[in-house]
Design a protein. Structure first.
Length: 263
């Protein structure tokens, strides 16, 4: 089935489902107004794979699931990041794993923005926790990977309460919905695709989606300072989630979403 008919059927189903969805479903779960600039839809965003096993299979599923969107495709390419730093590369999302330590977080997504346009992004998943009995499951790995990559498109969370029933749209739960039981939450749902269609409902006169250049020494040095996330903007669900902003001046920011481990 072609993309347009497939999504048309999904949208019809989603419209019917909105009549019975709980009131807590977010009508707008964009991350501010941040988006990749591009001159046409659908556009293709490169995900730089700097992962070790078993993470590449979870990134592959995440890439395929998000590419169901009408406005966005993703493709996996070799990563250019400096591994542990997960240094950013202009025009791409670099995806890394490492044992980042007992620092409290499962996953971190960062976007660099100029004005409202995303210029580069990174995703980090913390193997310090994913080797423990609590988080070393396919469900936790898939949900965190899907959610952190989703943030790099300009998406926020559908819901930020870990204890309420999972939200459903188009017969699916969503990785953008916080949950304490991630079984079934490993993919986007129709509400996420609809939100992407809203975020990317206009076209830009230029693009920030680029081919993959080699990471320069200057870029690596700049990214090495990114451990300072900046100012805490919001804490959600009693401390299970948070996001930060670091002001680089002249309208340039680094925004960071943090997915904390259960505490």
């Amino acid at each position: 089935m072609s993309r347009a008919p497939r999504r048309s059927l999904l949208l019809t189903a989603a419209l019917a489902l909105t009549l019975v969805l709980p009131a807590s479903v977010s009508a707008d779960h964009s991350w501010g107004s941040y988006h990749w600039a591009r001159t046409a839809n659908p556009f293709t965003l490169k995900l730089g794979d700097k992962l070790t096993n078993p993470w590449p299979s979870y990134l592959a599923t995440t890439s395929a699931d998000w590419s169901v969107s009408d406005v966005l495709d993703t493709t996996i390419v070799p990563g250019t990041a400096v591994k542990r730093l997960c240094s950013a590369t202009t025009g791409t999302v670099q995806v890394c794993n490492s044992k980042y330590g007992n620092n409290g977080w499962l996953g971190v997504a960062q976007i660099w923005v100029s004005g409202s346009h995303i210029t580069k992004a990174t995703v980090k998943v913390n193997d310090t926790y994913f080797v423990t009995s609590t988080y070393n499951t396919p469900e936790w790995r898939q949900m965190v990977m899907c959610q952190e990559v989703g943030h790099t498109f300009g998406l926020g969370h559908q819901d930020e309460d870990f204890s309420n029933p999972d939200l459903v749209a188009g017969g699916k739960e969503s990785c953008m919905d916080y949950t304490s039981n991630p079984i079934g939450n490993g993919q986007p749902n129709d509400h996420d695709y609809d939100q992407l269609a809203t975020i990317y409902g206009h076209l830009d006169s230029t693009t920030t989606v680029a081919s993959v250049p080699a990471a320069s020494a200057a870029a690596v040095a700049d990214d090495a300072a990114d451990a300072a996330w900046g100012r805490l903007v919001e804490v959600t669900n009693g401390g299970q989630g948070a996001w930060y902003v670091r002001d680089l001046g002249a309208g340039n920011l680094i925004l960071t979403h943090v997915f904390w481990a259960n505490r």
